[in-house]
Design a protein around this ligand. Sequence first.
Ligand SMILES: [Zn+2]
Length: 203
Amino acid sequence: MPALTKIPAWLQVYNKDICWKMDGLNNSIYLTFDDGPHPVVTPLVLNILSKYQVKATFFCIGKNVEQYPDLYTRIIHEGHQVANHSYSHRSGWKMPVDEYVTDVDKAGRSITSTLFRPPYGRITPYQFKALKSRYKIIMWDVLSKDYDTTIPDETVITNVTENISPGSIIVMHDNEKTVGRMEKILTQIIIDIQNRQWNFRAL
Ligand SMILES: [Zn+2]
């Protein structure tokens, strides 16, 4: 089950068109990082991924790519996947369809990808219909809650390690909220998964 507290009814109708989890072929696991590039956390994440030879997917925010173009380029040069996470990271529930699509396409001018993840996982059926011919909508099945500073690092780690299975798409965040904890949580999560002999893949 996806780790949203409640899945809207329309989402269940379109569920087959939305990717919550990959097939678990070759025990593959998909790490994804949302909201970057961030000047502190993104380089830290890239260094850890390089150390453990892990490939991942970065759902970038368009305005952050414009602000940190060198980090965006570094993500690609190090063999990771980049993907669209909108330009201004606003909730789809509060935006008209055309405004939402314009915001995604604005991000698409600097982020070359057909993968899109809605900010906060919030997208209306009309927004979804307007985007689905051009973008593959990627959600997740395992939410680390690394952005929740009220829960301890150990809980973030077990949110992932106790809920993954082959094919899982894990959400983490390279943003301001994970500055102090990313090194510890990411290292522990990678070690746990590599100890199972599972394989990290980019989307
Ligand atoms: Zn986000």
